[in-house]
Design a protein around this ligand. Structure first.
Ligand code: PLP
Length: 402
């Protein structure tokens, strides 16, 4: 690891302003009503009957799985992409279910639809989790068609895609139930947080029961979130980001498998931070879209792009030619503070804690993605000169697979 002092881009950022934090503080004493207001706004924007704001994306996942299990108590397996965020299997384990993996289609970040068919022939399969990784839309409609003759739920993991759209539809509403994360590094952030959306009455009512059993954040949690929000709003800035990045105990950018996490409601403070979310998300999207289109104009297409239009990416995923090339790119980016970053360190079957639970299959495409993927920053702190410098790193050698 290179120590760098000076302008350093974070890999992803949804800037938090003091104004947003002040909006959070101003509703603390309003309590639950502030959270309900956010949920109501989301319900009307997404045209769904049920919305629940909770403490994180993984908490949302665990709660949804528990709710689905109430509907199909005989089912306890969950099918996920073999390359995804480690929080997904962590939430499945936390909720008490079994992880099943499906490989990705080559050149995409989505399921291999040829091999998924036989995996759906499983009476114990509770749900499938299509995932819009880095904001790249997964083909949820194709999955819906495959799944529909069977009693299997489609749980749309839109953790990184809040505000995104696809084929004129809103991401988060494409499956039976969907979730967003509002953690840091996601499309929109309240420091931590998760949103559950569904228009399915049966699922919505079970979720209401689940939500009735969980606690809310206490005063100490709110204080911790407040301090994190202040720190985040300052440290995420490229002029300062080298500092937290150089502190090893913060472990920025590291990925760990951790199935022990709290499941609570979103705090009123966080709901307050989300004030004006619709306008702010639109601004974030506009800034990211300029950068993503700028990168594409150099001829570098994102991994997994299908269709002609550029989706709302939170990070711009690219496959390097091979493992060594990826390492060279990341080293160079570290030295120059360009914010190019690694994806998840391994495919899900490579997670040490899951060994023996997955049945020994291999997932070569997911493995290959893990070995070669890098993501380019497109957040609002990224400027034209940054993109130029980033593209320079790639153009030095033919780093990217054609
Ligand atoms: C971040 C993320 C999650 C978990 O969200 P948290 O808010 O961090 O718990 C789940 N799935 C995907 C794809 C993610 O990127």
């Amino acid at each position: 690891m290179v120590m760098r002092i000076g302008r350093t881009l974070p890999p992803a950022a949804a800037p938090l302003r003091f104004r947003d934090i002040a909006a959070g503080v101003s509703v603390i004493f309003e309590g639950e009503a502030a959270v309900r207001r956010l949920e109501d706004e989301l319900k009307s924007f997404y045209r769904v009957r049920y919305c629940f704001a909770v403490s994180s994306g993984k908490a949302a996942l665990a709660l949804i799985l528990q709710a689905l299990h109430q509907i199909h108590p005989e089912k306890d397996e969950v099918l996920i992409p073999a390359y995804t965020c480690y929080s997904v299997p962590a939430a499945i384990i936390k909720a008490g279910f079994k992880v099943r993996l499906c490989d990705m289609a080559p050149g995409t970040l989505d399921f291999d639809f040829n091999s998924i068919v036989e995996k759906l022939e499983n009476p114990r399969l509770l749900c499938v989790i299509p995932t819009h990784l880095f904001g790249m839309p997964a083909d949820v409609e194709r999955l819906n068609r495959l799944v529909s003759p069977r009693d299997i739920f489609v749980l749309e993991d839109a953790a990184q895609a809040m505000g995104g759209g696809w084929n004129g539809k809103k991401i988060g509403t494409l499956g039976d139930v969907g979730l967003f994360s509002m953690g840091r590094g996601k499309a929109f952030s309240t420091v931590e947080g998760g949103i559950i959306l569904t228009d399915n009455d049966m699922v919505g009512r079970e979720l209401e029961k689940q939500l009735a059993t969980i606690g809310r954040e206490g005063a100490m949690d709110t204080l911790r979130l407040f301090l994190n929000a202040v720190a985040l709003s300052i440290l995420i800035h490229p002029r300062i980001y080298w500092l937290p990045k150089s502190l090893p105990f913060l472990r920025l950018g590291e990925t760990h498998f951790n199935p022990s996490f709290p499941i609570r409601r979103l705090s009123p403070f966080q709901a307050g931070i989300a004030k004006n979310w619709e306008a702010r998300i639109n601004k974030l999207k506009a800034a990211r879209s300029v950068n993503a289109n700028n990168i594409a104009s150099y001829g570098m297409m994102p991994a997994g792009a299908f269709g002609g239009t550029m989706p709302d990416l939170t990070r711009y995923p690219v496959l390097a030619a091979d493992k060594d090339t990826k390492k060279a790119i990341l080293r160079k980016s570290e030295r120059m503070g360009l914010g190019i970053s690694d994806g998840y360190p391994d495919s899900i079957d490579g997670i040490h804690e899951l060994q023996g639970l997955l049945g020994g299959n291999t997932f070569p495409v997911a493995k290959d993605i893990a070995e070669r993927i890098v993501t380019l920053p497109v957040h609002p702190y990224v400027g034209e000169v940054d993109v130029k410098n980033i593209m320079h790193v790639f153009q030095e050698r033919s780093y990217v697979e054609a």
